[in-house]
Design a protein around this ligand. Sequence first.
Ligand code: APR
Length: 249
Amino acid sequence: MELPADLPATVRDARRIEVFTGAGMSADSGLDTFRDATTGLWSNVDAQAMASIDSWSRDPDPMWAWYLWRAAKARAAVPHDGHRAVAAWQDMPGVTVHVTTQNIDDLHEHAGSSDVSHLHGSLFSFRCTICGAPAAEPALPSLGDDPVDRIQPPECRICGNPVRPGVVWFGEALPHADFVAAEESMETCDLVVIVGTSGVVYPAAGLPRIAASRGVPVVEISPDDTDLTPVATWSLRTTAAVGLPRLLR
Ligand code: APR
Protein backbone atom coordinates (compact mmCIF):
# COMPACT_ATOMS: atom_id res chain seq x y z
CA MET A 1 0.00 0.00 0.00
CA GLU A 2 1.44 3.35 -1.09
CA LEU A 3 1.63 6.03 1.63
CA PRO A 4 1.23 9.74 0.81
CA ALA A 5 4.72 11.16 0.13
CA ASP A 6 4.89 13.44 3.19
CA LEU A 7 3.45 10.96 5.72
CA PRO A 8 6.54 8.76 6.49
CA ALA A 9 8.69 11.73 7.56
CA THR A 10 5.91 13.03 9.81
CA VAL A 11 5.58 9.62 11.50
CA ARG A 12 9.40 9.34 11.84
CA ASP A 13 9.68 12.79 13.42
CA ALA A 14 6.74 12.38 15.82
CA ARG A 15 7.71 12.17 19.49
CA ARG A 16 4.35 12.35 21.33
CA ILE A 17 1.77 10.24 19.51
CA GLU A 18 -1.93 9.84 20.35
CA VAL A 19 -3.60 6.71 18.95
CA PHE A 20 -7.40 7.07 19.03
CA THR A 21 -9.33 3.87 18.28
CA GLY A 22 -12.90 2.65 17.81
CA ALA A 23 -14.71 -0.57 17.01
CA GLY A 24 -12.98 -0.87 13.64
CA MET A 25 -9.74 -1.54 15.55
CA SER A 26 -11.29 -4.75 16.89
CA ALA A 27 -13.00 -5.75 13.63
CA ASP A 28 -9.89 -7.55 12.35
CA SER A 29 -9.95 -9.59 15.56
CA GLY A 30 -13.46 -10.75 14.71
CA LEU A 31 -15.46 -8.41 16.98
CA ASP A 32 -18.39 -6.69 15.27
CA THR A 33 -18.43 -2.93 14.86
CA PHE A 34 -21.56 -0.98 15.78
CA ARG A 35 -22.53 0.79 12.58
CA ASP A 36 -21.17 -1.26 9.71
CA ALA A 37 -24.32 -1.96 7.72
CA THR A 38 -23.78 -5.69 7.23
CA THR A 39 -22.53 -7.11 10.50
CA GLY A 40 -22.70 -4.10 12.85
CA LEU A 41 -23.96 -5.05 16.30
CA TRP A 42 -26.47 -2.24 16.30
CA SER A 43 -27.97 -3.47 13.02
CA ASN A 44 -29.03 -6.57 14.92
CA VAL A 45 -30.16 -4.87 18.08
CA ASP A 46 -31.72 -1.53 18.91
CA ALA A 47 -28.98 0.74 20.31
CA GLN A 48 -31.32 2.47 22.70
CA ALA A 49 -32.75 -0.83 23.89
CA MET A 50 -29.36 -2.34 24.60
CA ALA A 51 -27.15 0.49 25.78
CA SER A 52 -29.15 2.93 27.89
CA ILE A 53 -29.50 3.25 31.63
CA ASP A 54 -33.29 3.66 31.22
CA SER A 55 -33.62 0.26 29.53
CA TRP A 56 -31.45 -1.29 32.22
CA SER A 57 -33.69 0.10 34.96
CA ARG A 58 -36.79 -1.18 33.16
CA ASP A 59 -35.54 -4.66 32.16
CA PRO A 60 -31.87 -5.62 32.73
CA ASP A 61 -32.06 -9.25 31.61
CA PRO A 62 -31.72 -8.82 27.80
CA MET A 63 -28.84 -6.34 28.27
CA TRP A 64 -27.08 -8.58 30.77
CA ALA A 65 -27.29 -11.53 28.33
CA TRP A 66 -25.94 -9.39 25.48
CA TYR A 67 -22.99 -7.94 27.41
CA LEU A 68 -22.02 -11.38 28.76
CA TRP A 69 -22.08 -12.70 25.20
CA ARG A 70 -19.89 -9.81 24.03
CA ALA A 71 -17.50 -10.38 26.95
CA ALA A 72 -17.20 -14.05 25.99
CA LYS A 73 -16.46 -13.09 22.36
CA ALA A 74 -13.93 -10.44 23.43
CA ARG A 75 -12.20 -12.90 25.77
CA ALA A 76 -11.85 -15.36 22.87
CA ALA A 77 -10.58 -12.69 20.45
CA VAL A 78 -6.88 -12.37 19.59
CA PRO A 79 -5.04 -9.07 19.00
CA HIS A 80 -3.98 -8.52 15.36
CA ASP A 81 -0.87 -7.01 13.73
CA GLY A 82 -2.33 -3.53 14.16
CA HIS A 83 -2.61 -3.93 17.96
CA ARG A 84 0.92 -5.31 17.99
CA ALA A 85 2.21 -2.39 15.88
CA VAL A 86 0.81 0.10 18.41
CA ALA A 87 2.41 -1.83 21.29
CA ALA A 88 5.76 -1.96 19.41
CA TRP A 89 5.56 1.78 18.79
CA GLN A 90 5.06 2.32 22.53
CA ASP A 91 8.25 0.32 23.16
CA MET A 92 10.35 2.46 20.81
CA PRO A 93 12.92 4.63 22.63
CA GLY A 94 12.44 8.37 22.46
CA VAL A 95 8.71 8.37 21.72
CA THR A 96 5.63 8.45 23.93
CA VAL A 97 2.50 6.75 22.57
CA HIS A 98 -0.79 7.16 24.43
CA VAL A 99 -3.79 5.06 23.40
CA THR A 100 -7.36 6.29 23.80
CA THR A 101 -9.97 3.71 22.91
CA GLN A 102 -13.77 3.79 22.73
CA ASN A 103 -13.70 -0.01 22.78
CA ILE A 104 -14.68 -2.03 25.83
CA ASP A 105 -12.53 -5.06 24.93
CA ASP A 106 -8.94 -5.45 26.20
CA LEU A 107 -7.19 -6.24 22.91
CA HIS A 108 -4.78 -3.28 23.13
CA GLU A 109 -3.60 -4.51 26.55
CA HIS A 110 -3.41 -8.12 25.33
CA ALA A 111 -1.08 -6.97 22.54
CA GLY A 112 1.18 -5.37 25.17
CA SER A 113 -0.02 -1.76 25.13
CA SER A 114 0.05 0.16 28.41
CA ASP A 115 -1.22 3.64 29.20
CA VAL A 116 -4.59 2.93 27.50
CA SER A 117 -7.51 5.24 28.32
CA HIS A 118 -10.91 3.52 28.03
CA LEU A 119 -13.53 6.22 27.36
CA HIS A 120 -16.50 3.83 27.40
CA GLY A 121 -15.44 1.46 30.19
CA SER A 122 -14.72 -2.24 29.99
CA LEU A 123 -16.62 -5.46 29.36
CA PHE A 124 -14.57 -7.05 32.15
CA SER A 125 -15.42 -4.76 35.05
CA PHE A 126 -18.68 -5.25 36.98
CA ARG A 127 -20.30 -3.21 39.73
CA CYS A 128 -23.56 -2.75 41.56
CA THR A 129 -26.07 -0.60 39.67
CA ILE A 130 -27.02 1.25 42.86
CA CYS A 131 -24.25 1.23 45.47
CA GLY A 132 -21.41 0.88 42.96
CA ALA A 133 -19.66 -1.88 44.91
CA PRO A 134 -17.31 -3.82 42.62
CA ALA A 135 -18.57 -7.29 41.69
CA ALA A 136 -16.70 -10.40 40.58
CA GLU A 137 -16.73 -11.34 36.90
CA PRO A 138 -19.63 -13.75 36.39
CA ALA A 139 -19.29 -17.01 34.47
CA LEU A 140 -19.34 -16.15 30.74
CA PRO A 141 -21.53 -18.04 28.26
CA SER A 142 -19.93 -20.67 26.05
CA LEU A 143 -19.56 -19.39 22.46
CA GLY A 144 -20.47 -22.88 21.33
CA ASP A 145 -24.01 -22.40 22.53
CA ASP A 146 -26.55 -20.16 20.82
CA PRO A 147 -26.73 -16.77 22.53
CA VAL A 148 -29.70 -16.59 24.90
CA ASP A 149 -31.73 -13.43 24.90
CA ARG A 150 -32.28 -13.03 28.64
CA ILE A 151 -30.14 -13.72 31.73
CA GLN A 152 -30.94 -12.38 35.16
CA PRO A 153 -27.98 -10.34 36.49
CA PRO A 154 -26.55 -11.42 39.90
CA GLU A 155 -27.39 -9.42 43.01
CA CYS A 156 -24.90 -7.09 44.67
CA ARG A 157 -23.44 -8.81 47.75
CA ILE A 158 -23.73 -5.53 49.69
CA CYS A 159 -27.18 -4.17 48.86
CA GLY A 160 -28.85 -6.85 46.75
CA ASN A 161 -29.42 -4.68 43.67
CA PRO A 162 -28.53 -5.94 40.15
CA VAL A 163 -24.87 -6.08 39.15
CA ARG A 164 -24.20 -4.19 35.87
CA PRO A 165 -21.40 -4.16 33.27
CA GLY A 166 -18.74 -1.48 33.83
CA VAL A 167 -19.47 0.13 30.47
CA VAL A 168 -20.71 3.65 29.64
CA TRP A 169 -24.28 3.70 28.32
CA PHE A 170 -25.86 6.43 26.24
CA GLY A 171 -26.72 9.32 28.55
CA GLU A 172 -24.08 8.42 31.14
CA ALA A 173 -20.93 10.31 32.06
CA LEU A 174 -17.59 9.03 30.80
CA PRO A 175 -14.95 7.94 33.34
CA HIS A 176 -13.36 11.25 34.33
CA ALA A 177 -9.72 10.18 34.70
CA ASP A 178 -9.71 8.42 31.31
CA PHE A 179 -11.34 11.39 29.57
CA VAL A 180 -8.91 13.89 31.14
CA ALA A 181 -5.93 11.73 30.12
CA ALA A 182 -7.25 11.61 26.55
CA GLU A 183 -7.84 15.38 26.50
CA GLU A 184 -4.33 16.07 27.84
CA SER A 185 -2.83 13.80 25.20
CA MET A 186 -4.73 15.60 22.43
CA GLU A 187 -3.47 18.92 23.85
CA THR A 188 0.21 17.85 23.94
CA CYS A 189 0.70 15.35 21.10
CA ASP A 190 2.50 16.05 17.82
CA LEU A 191 0.70 13.36 15.80
CA VAL A 192 -2.77 11.76 16.02
CA VAL A 193 -3.55 8.36 14.51
CA ILE A 194 -7.32 7.70 14.31
CA VAL A 195 -8.21 4.06 13.68
CA GLY A 196 -11.61 2.49 13.11
CA THR A 197 -14.12 5.00 14.41
CA SER A 198 -17.08 6.56 12.63
CA GLY A 199 -16.62 9.69 14.75
CA VAL A 200 -20.34 10.09 15.43
CA VAL A 201 -20.50 9.56 19.20
CA TYR A 202 -19.64 12.51 21.45
CA PRO A 203 -17.90 13.57 23.62
CA ALA A 204 -15.32 10.99 22.42
CA ALA A 205 -15.50 12.11 18.79
CA GLY A 206 -14.68 15.69 19.81
CA LEU A 207 -11.26 14.73 21.16
CA PRO A 208 -9.29 14.49 17.86
CA ARG A 209 -10.59 17.95 16.96
CA ILE A 210 -8.61 19.38 19.93
CA ALA A 211 -5.36 18.25 18.28
CA ALA A 212 -6.48 19.18 14.76
CA SER A 213 -7.34 22.71 15.96
CA ARG A 214 -3.72 22.98 17.21
CA GLY A 215 -2.51 22.24 13.67
CA VAL A 216 -1.26 18.76 14.65
CA PRO A 217 -1.09 16.31 11.72
CA VAL A 218 -3.84 13.66 11.86
CA VAL A 219 -3.70 10.36 9.98
CA GLU A 220 -6.89 8.30 9.81
CA ILE A 221 -7.02 4.57 9.03
CA SER A 222 -10.49 3.43 7.96
CA PRO A 223 -11.88 1.55 4.95
CA ASP A 224 -14.61 4.20 4.61
CA ASP A 225 -15.02 7.94 4.98
CA THR A 226 -15.99 8.94 8.51
CA ASP A 227 -17.19 12.06 10.33
CA LEU A 228 -13.55 12.60 11.32
CA THR A 229 -12.16 12.36 7.76
CA PRO A 230 -12.55 16.16 7.36
CA VAL A 231 -10.07 16.76 10.23
CA ALA A 232 -7.55 14.22 8.90
CA THR A 233 -4.40 15.40 7.11
CA TRP A 234 -4.28 11.98 5.46
CA SER A 235 -7.01 9.32 5.41
CA LEU A 236 -5.79 5.83 4.48
CA ARG A 237 -8.54 3.65 2.98
CA THR A 238 -7.39 0.43 4.55
CA THR A 239 -7.91 -1.71 7.63
CA ALA A 240 -6.29 -1.45 11.05
CA ALA A 241 -4.46 -4.75 10.63
CA VAL A 242 -2.88 -3.54 7.35
CA GLY A 243 -2.54 0.21 7.89
CA LEU A 244 -0.88 0.33 11.31
CA PRO A 245 1.97 -2.13 10.58
CA ARG A 246 2.54 -0.28 7.25
CA LEU A 247 2.71 3.05 9.09
CA LEU A 248 5.19 1.64 11.64
CA ARG A 249 7.39 0.11 8.92
N1 APR B 1 -10.19 -1.54 10.22
C1 APR B 1 -10.36 -0.21 10.50
N2 APR B 1 -11.57 0.39 10.53
C2 APR B 1 -12.65 -0.37 10.26
C3 APR B 1 -12.55 -1.75 9.97
C4 APR B 1 -11.26 -2.33 9.95
N3 APR B 1 -11.09 -3.64 9.66
N4 APR B 1 -13.82 -2.22 9.74
C5 APR B 1 -14.66 -1.18 9.91
N5 APR B 1 -13.96 -0.06 10.20
C6 APR B 1 -14.46 1.31 10.46
C7 APR B 1 -15.84 1.60 9.88
O1 APR B 1 -15.68 2.11 8.57
C8 APR B 1 -16.33 2.68 10.83
O2 APR B 1 -15.87 3.96 10.41
O3 APR B 1 -14.60 1.41 11.86
C9 APR B 1 -15.64 2.35 12.15
C10 APR B 1 -16.58 1.73 13.15
O4 APR B 1 -17.51 2.72 13.51
P1 APR B 1 -18.63 2.35 14.63
O5 APR B 1 -19.17 0.99 14.33
O6 APR B 1 -19.54 3.54 14.72
O7 APR B 1 -17.78 2.21 15.98
P2 APR B 1 -17.28 3.39 16.90
O8 APR B 1 -16.93 4.61 16.11
O9 APR B 1 -16.22 2.83 17.78
O10 APR B 1 -18.57 3.72 17.81
C11 APR B 1 -18.37 4.67 18.85
O11 APR B 1 -20.59 4.16 19.64
O12 APR B 1 -22.17 2.59 20.07
C12 APR B 1 -21.24 3.41 20.67
O13 APR B 1 -20.13 3.06 22.68
C13 APR B 1 -20.19 2.61 21.37
O14 APR B 1 -17.82 3.03 21.54
C14 APR B 1 -18.91 2.94 20.63
C15 APR B 1 -19.22 4.29 20.01
